[in-house]
Design a protein around this ligand. Sequence first.
Ligand code: PLP
Length: 287
Amino acid sequence: MQRQSSEILCHATAMLMDATCRIATDMYISYEVIPVYRGRMIDATAHLDRLDYSLGELRIAPPMGRRALELVIAQLIARNGLTNGLVYMQVTRGVAPRDHKFPKDVASALVMTTKQTKSLPPSLLETGVAVITRPDIRWQRRDIKSVSLLPNILAKQEASEQGGYEAWLVDEQGLITEGSSTNAWIVNHGRDGEAGEIVTRPRSHDILSGITRLAVIALAKERNLRLVERAFSAAEASAAAEAFLTSSSAFVLPVTQIDGKPVGSGKPGPLTLRLRQIYLQHAEQAV
Ligand code: PLP
């Protein structure tokens, strides 16, 4: 306990540009964001599995065992009286003098915070949101959840300055990878009265495997909805019947405009709204 608080103090000092801590100077940090709905975490196991995966890829030791971590998170939620919001966790390689090489014999350090969030304004769900497309200039291991988020932040800021909610990032082949902090989806026009096909990019090093994305795929498959995991272009997205994005904070959110042009009818699509309802039911089941 004593050691943990001195690490936190050291991190605070680092914010004042004391270069003895890695946190201010390096990117050796993995993080995870777990949504909390009515006081209970949604898909906690999948989030903690992803944290383990990212830590493994970055060769950072887990800060504590899984059961202990679950208990600490539950305590944090209870003591902060968190009902609806997010648990934010950040794991650094540890406290050591700044150096590009990994330090030896250093324990990883964990910092966790909670954030109470308001539900999305109903108007956002009524109108849907606008996205812009931007080149994906990130590194090639986007599957690792790390705080190296500069390209994501710059793209999101640009979207915001243009009145949009998100930037969808486009790779060198002209295919959308994902949003700056969300996964990207479209629904194609169904033929001969058939429901449209739900499309999202498959899991690979090219995207962060969103936990909301995984849940929506599983929920759609359980209901025999037509779904395919394949990459799609910005042009295909613009011509789609519906579009939406998923994330732990937005859940399933309709996208009704891409680069200033309406998607489909320009209103949230029926399948998107159905998937949002299905996801909310899934969240309720965690309660
Ligand atoms: N893609 C990126 C780049 C993200 O940063 C996030 C969330 O932070 C997501 C997708 C969505 O992931 P999740 O559904 O686990 O929140």
